[in-house]
Write a protein of this length. Structure first.
Length: 254
């Protein structure tokens, strides 16, 4: 397995990522993995996503992980519509690589990142499959009444970095209404969809996963992980479910 650092230019920002390639010749089925809204300042010692990328790549996949704008080593400020453009740029980057099998390109998103994956996949046919982990069905907290408080909180966390951002709170909040997964998930079909959720998720109620699954069209699968919380990348059962599903739907064909 090899790893190389990646820098993508989006809206004048620098988006930081890492590309993992398994051994062997030819092009690989490929997985793009990405995070949700950080709940705390970045911890440089946290190797959660690199470790997950290594695990998935060890199963024969090329894997790209990256930080959305405002997060980790990427520049900019947290903006959900900006995140959709970051993911679009990641797809542009992947499909240009000779190592990537463009007919087998899956998204694995977590929390708000999963919501972004649903939005982007509903519009971008380069996506072959979507695994949405801990995804909200809608962003009920992002309202005009608490917009200023949310921005203040995100400034404390370090994902809103610039003074005067956002220039329009209403427009920033409007992005969450546009990305609302319930409005888009039905358009992923006929590509396969996996909805994974923890039964004890205290940030996004498991009922939201069931709402998404009900609205989605076949082929679809709902996996409720008994006793699991919100951070499914730390749950071995959840990640085993995702990897098994990826191998079935986009894995190397014998």
């Amino acid at each position: 397995m090899t790893m190389e650092t990646v820098r993508l230019a989006v809206d004048g920002l620098s988006i930081a990522g890492e590309l993992y390639l398994p051994g062997g010749a030819g092009s690989y089925p490929t997985v793009c993995v990405f995070h949700g809204i950080p709940a705390r300042p970045a911890d440089p010692a946290d190797r959660g996503y690199p470790l997950l990328a290594e695990k998935i790549s060890g199963e024969g996949f090329a894997v790209l992980i990256f930080n959305f704008r405002g997060s980790g080593r990427s520049s900019g400020n947290f903006d959900i519509m900006g995140w959709t453009r970051d993911l679009g740029a990641a797809l542009d980057y992947l499909v240009a690589l000779p190592e990537v099998d463009r007919s087998r390109l899956a998204l694995v998103g977590f929390s708000a990142g999963a919501a972004v994956s649903i939005f982007v996949a509903s519009r971008d046919r380069r996506v072959s499959a979507v695994a949405a982990c801990s995804s909200p069905a809608e962003f009920g907290l992002f309202t005009r009444d608490n917009g200023a408080a949310l921005i203040s909180r995100f400034r404390d966390i370090g994902i809103v970095r610039d003074e005067g951002f956002p220039p329009s709170v209403d427009e920033w909040l409007g992005g969450f209404r546009l990305v609302r997964p319930l409005s888009h998930i039905s358009r992923i079909s006929p590509r396969p969809l996996l909805v994974v959720h923890g039964s004890q998720d205290d940030m996004v109620d498991v009922g939201q996963a069931r709402m998404l699954y009900e609205v989605a069209r076949e082929p679809k699968r709902l996996a409720i992980i008994d006793g699991a919380g919100h951070r499914l990348r730390q749950d071995d059962r959840a990640m085993a479910t995702v990897i098994s599903w990826l191998k079935f739907h986009i894995g190397r064909q014998s």
